[in-house]
Design a binder for this molecule. Structure first.
Ligand code: ADP
Ligand code: MG
Length: 766
C-alpha cells in the first residue's frame, strides 16, 4: 500500500506579545497578515548591533499583540492535532527570548481559564475527536520531558515528590537501536483515557517543573520542555493501526545565542549560555546546506534536545514553529534575531508520512475466522457433511442468533461461521435471512413492531440507568462546588498578568536613597522590597496575628485578582451546570412519563381487543401492525425529549471539564498564594528581627507615604509568633486564628484544603 506522504517546509508563525511600551519599530504588512518590517531609526541603533536600519520578514502567519489564545489555537494548534489524528507526527515548538511568551503560548497562563494555551486545548480537542470518531478505537499516552544542561528528566516521575534535588533524579537516556531508531529510557508513558487524566499529567508535570525550578535558579529560561501525546488508532474492520506523536515544545530562552554564532565565539563559551540552542542552529544550518546538496551529515547527536526532536527537524513530521517576540525597543535586537532564525527554519523541508502498520493481532483473529469457514466449506464440497439432519428448535434459535450478530456487525470483513455446513443448515440460513429482510421491510427501515419497541424501551432504560449514575456524580460535584467560597469581587476585577507558576520574585525598588549611613541605607532598601508584589507590612498588631497578616497580604496581592476572577467564573459555571442539570432531569422525567403513557395505552388496546373478541368494529381500523396515532404522537414526544436530553447532557459534560479545569487553576493559585505569603511573612519577620520593631505601627495602608522610623533592636518587642508552618495547620477550622470575616476565613480554609489536596494528589500519582 503506498503510504501517504507530504513534503513541506516547516511552517513559521510569529507571535508578538502585548506591551505597554511598544517600540513603534514594527510595521505589519496588512495586505495578507504575513509580512513584518522593522524600521529602526538611526538614532536608536543602540538597540541593534549593526548598521542596517530596515529588516523585512515573511511568515506563514502573524499572531499580533491582540491575538488571543483561542485564535492562536485555531491558527496553529488545531491543524497539528488534526495531523496527529490522521496518523502524522506533528510538532509545535515555541522559540524566542525569555519573557516573550513561549510558555504562555504552549502551556498558557496559569491563572485565567481563557489563557489556556495550546496543550490543554489540544487535549480537549483530541478527546472530543476520539468520542466523535466511533469507527476508530484510540489509545493515548502522555510523557513530559524536561531537558536541562543537556540532561533529560521525567517531569512525571513520581520520585519528584520525594527527591528534593534535580541531580538526584533518574536521568532520561537516549538509546539508539540497530535500525537507527531512538528510544528514551526512563521516560514514563502514562496511559490516559480521558481529558481529565491528560490534564492531570500536565498539571503534575508543571508543578514538578516549578518545584525543581526553585532549585535551579530561574531554570525555566534555560530548560526545554517537551510534552508528548502518543496516539494509536485502530479502525474497525481494518488490520492497520496508525501511530503518531504530537510534540508540544517549550524551548529555552534564545537570548544571546545568536550573538555567539554571529560573532564566532567558541563552542565552549557558547555552552555557558545555552549549548543546545547553539546546536539547534547548527542542525538548521546543516539541513539548509543538505537541501542545497552541499552536505549530508546532520549533527543531531550533539545535544539531547536536537536528538529528541530529530524527526521534527527535517524528518518524518509536520512541524510548526511559533517565534515569539516582545515589541519593546530594548528587545529589538533579540526580536530581529528571532525573526532571522525563523526565516532559516522555514527553509527546512520535512517529509511527513502517515504512520500506518499492519496489526498482527488483528490480522490473526481475522484470518483464523476465515480459515474456520474455509475448512467447513471444503468439508461440504467434499460431501463429507452430507445433507444433514433437521435442526432442533434450539439449534435453529442458535443459528438465528449467529445470523443476527453477523448482520449487526459493522466490520465489513466479518464472516459468518455456522459450524459444520450441511444442505439443511444452508437452507435454514436462507430462511433466516429472508425473515430478517421481511422484518426490516415491514418496519420501513425503522422499528415499529411491538417487539422492537420493547427492545428500544429496554435499551432506553439501560442508558437511563447509566445516565442516572453519571448525573448523580455531576450533581454531587455541583453540591461540592456550592460549599466553596465563590463570591466574586465587587467592582471590576483587575487583570494582572504574571506567571504564577514561578516562585515570587523579591523585587528591589531601584530608587536612589539619600543615605545617612550604610546600615540605614540597607534598612531602607530592605523595607522597600516587595515579595510576590507585596511590600512590607508596618503594622505591628497585624503582624502579631498571622490570620490578620494573611488577610492584609491577600488584599494587596496582585495574583488575587485572577483568583477572584476564577472564583466568579466557577460560580457562573456552577449556575450554568445547575440549570443544565435541571433541563436534563426534566427531559428524563418527560421520557419516563411518555413511556408509561404508551404502556398504558397498549394495555387499554389489548383489553379492548379481548372485550371485542378479536373483532374490530371500527371501520378502517385494524390492529395488525398499525400504530395508534396517539401512541405515535407520544413516540415523537419521546424522540424530542431524547434530543433535548442528549444536547443538555453533552453540555453538562463540557461544563464538568471546564469546572474541573478552573478548580485546578484555583488550587494552583492558592498554593502559590500560600508560598508567597510564607516568603513574605518570613521577610517581614527577618526584617524586624534585624532592624527592630516599628514605631508608628498602626499606619497600615499608607506605609509608603512617609519615611518610617524604626526603633533600635535593643528595644524590640518580644519575637513575633511564626505563622504556623504547613505541618502545624490544624485539621479543624483555625478557630481563634481566623479573621472573623466570613469570606476571608473561607478563603483561608479553602486554601489549606487546596494545598492538602494537591499534596494528596501528588502522593497518589506515585
Ligand atoms: P517565556 O516562556 O517566553 O519566558 P512567558 O510565557 O513566561 O515567557 O511570558 C512572560 C510573561 O508574559 C508571563 O507572565 C505571561 O503570562 C505574559 N505573556 C506572554 N505572552 C502573552 C500574551 N500574548 N498575552 C498576555 N500575556 C502574555
Ligand atoms: Mg517560559
Amino acid at each position: 500500500m503506498p503510504k501517504d506522504k507530504t513534503d513541506q517546509g516547516i511552517q513559521i508563525f510569529l507571535r508578538v506579545r502585548p506591551s505597554k511600551k511598544p517600540s513603534g519599530f514594527l510595521n505589519y504588512d496588512n495586505s495578507d497578515d504575513r509580512g513584518l518590517a522593522f524600521h529602526v531609526p538611526k538614532s536608536e541603533d543602540l538597540y541593534v548591533n549593526n548598521t542596517r536600519t530596515d529588516y523585512k520578514f515573511k511568515f506563514n502567519g502573524i499572531l499580533k499583540e491582540q491575538c488571543g489564545q483561542e485564535e492562536v489555537f485555531d491558527k496553529v494548534g488545531s491543524q497539528a492535532v488534526q495531523n496527529a489524528l490522521d496518523g502524522f507526527n506533528s510538532t509545535i515548538f515555541a522559540y524566542g527570548q525569555t519573557g516573550s511568551g513561549k510558555t504562555f503560548t504552549i502551556t498558557g497562563g496559569s491563572e485565567r481559564y481563557v489563557d489556556r494555551g495550546i496543550i490543554p486545548r489540544a487535549i480537549s480537542m483530541l478527546f472530543s475527536e476520539f468520542a466523535k470518531n466511533t469507527e476508530t478505537q484510540y489509545s493515548c499516552f502522555i510523557s513530559y520531558l524536561e531537558i536541562y544542561n543537556d540532561k533529560g528528566y521525567d517531569l512525571l516521575d513520581s520520585d519528584h515528590e520525594s527527591t528534593a534535588r534535580l541531580e538526584d533524579l533518574k536521568k532520561v537516556m537516549m538509546l539508539e537501536d540497530e535500525d537507527g531508531n531512538y528510544h528514551l529510557k526512563n521516560l514514563s508513558m502514562h496511559p490516559v483515557s480521558s481529558e481529565e487524566d491528560a490534564l492531570n499529567c500536565l498539571f503534575l508535570g508543571d508543578t514538578n517543573r516549578a518545584i525543581s525550578e526553585t532549585d535551579m535558579n530561574q531554570a525555566s529560561s534555560r530548560s526545554h520542555c517537551i510534552f508528548t501525546v502518543s496516539i494509536e488508532g485502530r479502525k474497525q474492520g481494518s488490520d492497520t493501526v496508525t501511530r503518531s506523536k504530537l510534540h508540544l515544545v517549550d524551548l529555552a530562552g534564545s537570548e544571546r545565542v545568536h550573538k555567539t554564532s554571529t560573532t564566532g565565539q567558541t563552542l565552549r563559551e557558547a555552552k555557558h549560555i545555552n549549548s543546545s540552542l547553539f546546536y539547534l542552529e547548527m542542525v538548521i544550518v546543516a539541513l539548509h546546506e543538505k537541501g542545497n546538496n552541499a552536505r549530508s551529515h546532520i549533527p543531531y547527536r550533539n545535544s539531547m534536545m536536537t536528538s529528541v526532536l530529530r524527526d521534527s527537524l527535517g524528518g518524518n513530521c509536520k512541524t510548526v514553529m511559533v517565534a515569539t517576540i516582545s515589541p519593546e525597543s530594548s528587545h529589538t535586537d533579540e526580536s530581529i534575531s528571532t525573526c532571522n532564525f525563523a526565516q532559516r527554519v522555514a527553509l527546512i523541508k520535512n517529509v511527513a508520512q502517515k504512520n500506518e502498520d499492519l496489526d498482527p493481532a488483528l490480522m490473526i483473529t481475522r484470518l483464523k475466522a476465515e480459515l474456520a469457514t474455509l475448512r467447513e466449506e471444503i468439508k461440504y464440497l467434499k460431501g463429507e457433511a452430507g445433507e444433514g439432519y433437521d435442526l432442533t428448535d434450539d439449534q435453529r434459535a442458535e443459528l438465528e442468533k449467529l445470523c443476527r450478530v453477523y448482520v449487526d456487525e459493522r466490520n465489513p470483513m466479518a464472516t459468518l461461521n455456522i459450524g459444520t455446513m450441511t444442505l439443511v443448515k444452508i437452507k435454514d440460513v436462507h430462511a433466516i435471512f429472508k425473515n430478517l429482510v421481511l422484518e426490516a421491510r415491514e418496519n420501513g427501515g425503522g422499528s415499529s413492531s411491538d417487539v422492537d419497541a420493547d427492545k428500544q424501551v429496554a435499551l432506553l432504560k439501560n442508558s437511563l440507568q447509566q445516565r442516572d449514575n453519571e448525573i448523580a456524580i455531576l450533581v454531587n460535584m455541583v453540591k461540592q462546588g456550592k460549599k466553596m467560597p465563590g463570591t466574586p469581587a465587587t467592582g471590576e476585577a483587575k487583570m494582572i498578568r504574571g506567571d504564577s507558576s514561578r516562585p515570587a520574585e523579591v523585587k528591589e525598588v531601584s530608587k536612589v536613597i539619600p543615605a545617612t549611613n550604610n546600615r540605614e541605607r540597607v534598612m531602607q532598601q530592605l523595607s522597600e522590597k516587595t515579595v510576590g508584589g507585596v511590600g512590607l507590612c508596618k503594622s505591628q498588631s497585624t503582624l502579631d496575628d498571622p490570620a490578620q497578616s494573611f488577610t492584609w497580604f491577600k488584599e494587596r496581592y496582585p495574583g488575587n485578582a485572577a483568583i477572584e476572577e476564577n472564583k466568579a467564573l466557577l460560580k457562573s459555571k456552577y449556575a450554568e451546570a445547575k440549570e443544565t442539570g435541571e433541563k436534563v432531569n426534566k427531559a428524563r422525567s418527560n421520557i419516563n412519563y411518555l413511556k408509561t403513557t404508551i404502556e398504558q395505552l397498549r394495555r387499554e388496546r389489548a383489553m379492548e381487543r379481548v372485550v371485542e373478541g378479536e373483532e374490530s368494529k371500527h371501520e378502517g381500523k385494524e390492529d395488525d401492525g398499525e400504530v395508534d396515532p396517539e401512541e405515535a404522537r407520544h413516540r415523537k414526544g419521546i424522540e424530542m425529549s431524547k434530543f433535548i436530553y442528549k444536547e443538555n447532557f453533552n453540555k453538562l459534560k463540557e461544563l464538568k471539564h471546564a469546572i474541573e479545569h478552573i478548580q485546578r487553576l484555583l488550587e494552583k493559585s492558592r498554593t502559590k498564594l500560600q508560598s508567597d505569603f510564607d516568603q513574605w511573612y518570613k521577610h517581614n519577620i527577618d526584617f524586624l528581627n534585624r532592624y527592630g520593631s516599628l514605631r508608628n505601627t498602626e499606619s497600615a495602608g499608607q506605609e509608603n507615604s512617609k519615611p518610617v522610623v524604626y526603633e533600635a533592636q535593643a528595644q524590640a518587642k518580644s519575637p513575633l509568633p511564626r505563622f504556623p508552618p504547613q505541618a502545624q495547620v490544624p485539621k479543624e477550622p483555625l478557630g481563634a486564628k481566623l479573621t472573623g470575616n466570613k469570606e476571608a476565613d473561607e478563603d483561608i480554609m479553602a486554601f489549606y484544603k487546596a494545598k492538602e489536596e494537591l499534596l494528596k494528589r501528588n502522593a497518589q500519582a506515585k
